[in-house]
Design a protein around this ligand. Structure first.
Ligand SMILES: Nc1ncnc2c1ncn2[C@@H]1O[C@H](COP(=O)(O)OP(=O)(O)O)[C@@H](O)[C@H]1O
Ligand SMILES: [Mg+2]
Length: 352
């Protein structure tokens, strides 16, 4: 059994089923992210693991123990919230000490642990400050220290960076990951931000409407999405509606032109939904062994290091990126271009 084992867990509020038959196994020391749009059930799942919410069905095991019916305090789980949730009338040191005091740890042990935690988050000089005297990023580091102070078996973070400015967000994100590696603590992180999920995680769990859509490494999730939902939620994506012409060779038709799919998932003829990432497309004359589509440039967006172009076949519109190069001439709107990409880059998505 995995360190954190979630089996057939569901949650209903009245008639509404918000978490649906979730199965997830997380190994000791792993950093796993739940990624999904607002309202898909991420917080509810996290709260069931922490024990703030009971599961309507299924079971949860932590380190071999069945915690499904245990109260939050018995589970030895640390949690960090989006809103920091620090006690406003307590100093930084007292906030961090809170859980240890509740657990009736000896005074000297608490003092030592608090000092250790403040060093860990580099806020020792703020020990006697109150939360309102700290920046958002600092407050969130205190919340992290408070969650870690009682040496939890599991660290749960619910969109801990969402309330912060972009720059702080990236800095704190890297800090959380470094800390997690140093402590080796098994971590489940919740976000609706795909970049955050991809950059932080050993594995990403993509959720949609209370269900898990796909679990995989960031590389797998981004490069080999199984469903249209995963493909479009994780990164920018071009969708091509196609019709199979020759199954054996993978030849399909898109808006009256033909391209080849390296691997068709299903056998038979008929319609297939294909996905193509913007970075897979280049401007190039048709080449043997590569796909080529003729299109008309509709939009040229100069973004600095990259230029994002939009081109139309007939119904199909493709976005793609080229790197900036001061020596090149950018294509003009209305010009006809040939778009090249490899057979491997056309992914067939599951029928939805
Ligand atoms: N205590 C509750 N009572 C009724 N509905 C709830 C409760 N908590 C959450 N929900 C509903 O469950 C769904 C999932 O919510 P949540 O887990 O917070 O999603 P997320 O964290 O992914 O945004 C939402 O539709 C939300 O309105
Ligand atoms: Mg939430």
């Amino acid at each position: 059994m995995a360190f954190l084992d979630i089996a057939h867990v569901g949650k209903t509020f009245g008639a509404a089923s918000v978490v649906n038959d979730v199965n997830l196994a997380i190994e000791k020391g792993e950093f796993v992210t739940l990624l999904g749009p607002s309202g898909c059930g991420k917080t509810t799942l996290l709260r069931m693991i922490a024990g703030f919410e009971s599961a309507s069905s299924g079971s949860i095991h932590i380190d071999g123990h069945d915690v499904t019916l245990q109260r939050a305090r018995q589970r030895r789980v640390g949690m960090v919230f989006q809103s920091y949730a620090l006690f406003p009338t307590m100093t930084v040191a007292d906030n961090i000490a809170y859980g240890l005091k509740i657990a009736r740890e000896p005074k000297s042990a608490i003092a030592e642990r608090v000092e250790q935690m403040m060093k860990l988050i580099r806020l020792s000089q703020h020990a006697q400050h109150y939360p309102w005297q700290l920046s958002g990023g600092q407050q969130q580091r205190v919340a992290l220290a408070r969650a870690l102070a009682s040496s939890p078996r599991l660290l749960l973070l619910d969109e801990p960076l969402s309330a912060l400015d972009a720059k702080i967000r990236v800095a704190l994100r890297d800090e959380i990951r470094a800390l997690q590696r140093k402590l080796g603590i098994t971590t489940l992180f919740v976000t609706h931000d795909q970049e955050e999920a991809l950059s932080l995680s050993d594995r990403v769990v993509v959720m949609n409407e209370g269900r898990i859509e796909q679990v995989g490494t960031p590389f797998e999730i981004y490069n080999f999405p199984r469903t249209r939902f995963v493909a479009s939620f994780v990164g920018t994506l071009n969708i091509l509606n196609s019709r199979v012409l020759d199954e054996a060779s993978g030849l399909v038709e898109v808006d009256g032109q033909t391209v080849t799919v390296a691997r068709l998932r299903r056998s038979g003829h008929g319609e297939r939904t294909l996905a193509l990432r913007p970075e897979a497309v280049v401007l190039e004359s048709p080449l043997a062994g590569r796909n080529s589509l003729m299109a008309t440039i509709e939009e040229v967006n100069f973004l600095g290091s990259v230029v994002r172009l939009r081109a139309r076949l007939q119904e199909t519109v493709l976005s793609f990126d080229i790197f900036n190069d001061p020596g090149q001439t950018l294509p003009q709107r209305g010009s006809r271009v040939a778009l090249g990409f490899s057979h491997d880059n056309l992914l067939e998505l599951e029928a939805s």
